[in-house]
Design a protein around this ligand. Structure first.
Ligand code: TXA
Ligand code: MG
Length: 319
């Protein structure tokens, strides 16, 4: 059931979380599928609803420092610097986990991924629930991430106890994930641009994109994929006859001759393009097209996160 985030509905949602249920809620990145992060059975329901393999750990969302201290064992100085600059906001930090976090949440890893979302509905929900909230993106495993309540309803529907509708999400791509090991390491490009992190920390290690042996499944090559096959190619590489049969996801300008075209940002803004990415893919995916072609995006700032998602969406299923 989809409801607006009124005070009554927020209280109801918080009650559902406290009693072990599942609530989908908006964050500034994408919609999350939330459960009490300290309750192993509640967390197990997330995996079941998403059909997510149990080796793919969840992100734990906190509303304040007190909750953070409950879920992590220690906070290195570098983490303090990053939190100071980017929290609340779309940056996830991977830190040593406390004993209170059940193994199912971290897939048995000794670390836990945490973030403090900036979205007022997410904050209110976590604060009122009074517990940290484990929440992956609210989509079936491997499918496009949801940037609207209706995306959640259409793909997870009855498997969620309540869906809080906060409209379209601001960033439209997931949080950036940084592992705070000996050297800070970017594990996933996301809504905080690499350039912004570098301003705070200098050069970072990168473990993003396709790897022979994924460290964690958010890094699996095939992820965020629509049902329709997707390929990355500039419009000039696509012959006129093929254009008539396929959809095109363009960055800024409308190319001629395609069956259908979605433009991510008429003004060429990477921020706007990221915000529209999953929505445009959801729309194209519903048209039953033979294929979707996507224009390569400049790989700077949020362009890195966009190209990361497009590459994963376009790789062949991982067996
Ligand atoms: O923006 C976001 O981060 C959204 C919203 C809902 O907050 N959440 C999200 O969660 O994108 P999800 O489940 O789609 O991505 C979680 C990913 C995992 O696939 C993995 O790559 C990484 O976070 N992760 C979680 N725990 C980790 C850990 N202990 N070590 C390394 N990576 C971890
Ligand atoms: Mg996800």
């Amino acid at each position: 059931m989809v409801v607006p985030p009124t005070p009554e509905n927020l209280e109801r949602a918080a009650q559902i979380i406290r009693s072990g249920g599942l609530v989908a809620f908006p964050t500034e990145t994408v919609y999350g599928l939330g459960a009490n992060a300290l309750d192993a059975r509640a967390a197990a329901r997330i995996f079941e609803a998403k059909q997510r393999p149990s080796f793919d750990p969840l992100i734990v969302h906190v509303a304040d420092r007190g909750m953070l201290q409950k879920v992590v064992r220690e906070i290195p100085a570098v983490a303090e610097q990053l939190m100071e600059r980017f929290w609340p906001g779309p940056l996830t930090l991977v830190l040593p986990k406390s004993e209170q976090v059940p193994g199912i949440v971290t897939s048995g890893l000794p670390t836990v991924a945490v973030r403090m979302p900036a979205h007022p509905v997410a904050q209110a929900l976590i604060r009122q629930a009074g517990v940290p909230v484990a929440a992956p993106s609210a989509n079936p495993f491997g499918y496009l991430s949801p940037t609207r309540a209706e995306h959640v309803l259409r793909t997870l529907g009855e498997r969620v106890d309540l869906i809080l509708d906060g409209g379209r999400t601001e960033f439209g791509v997931e949080s950036t994930i940084v592992l705070l090991a000996e050297k800070p390491t970017v594990l996933r490009y996301g809504a905080v641009a690499l350039e912004e992190l570098e301003k705070v920390l200098g050069a970072l290690e990168l473990q993003v994109g396709e790897r022979e042996k994924p460290l964690v499944p958010g890094q699996l090559p095939q992820h965020y994929a629509p049902h329709t096959p997707i390929r990355i190619a500039p419009p000039e590489d696509i012959p006129p006859l093929l254009r008539k049969r396929v959809g095109y996801l363009a960055f800024q300008e409308v190319p001629k001759g395609f069956k259908v075209v979605k433009v991510l940002s008429p003004t060429g803004s990477l921020l706007e393009a990221a915000a529209h990415l999953f929505e445009a893919l959801h729309q194209l995916d519903r048209l039953g097209l033979e294929a979707i072609y996507a224009e390569p995006i400049p790989e700077v700032g949020l362009g890195r996160a966009i190209m990361d998602r497009l590459r994963r969406a376009s790789s062949a299923p991982a067996g």
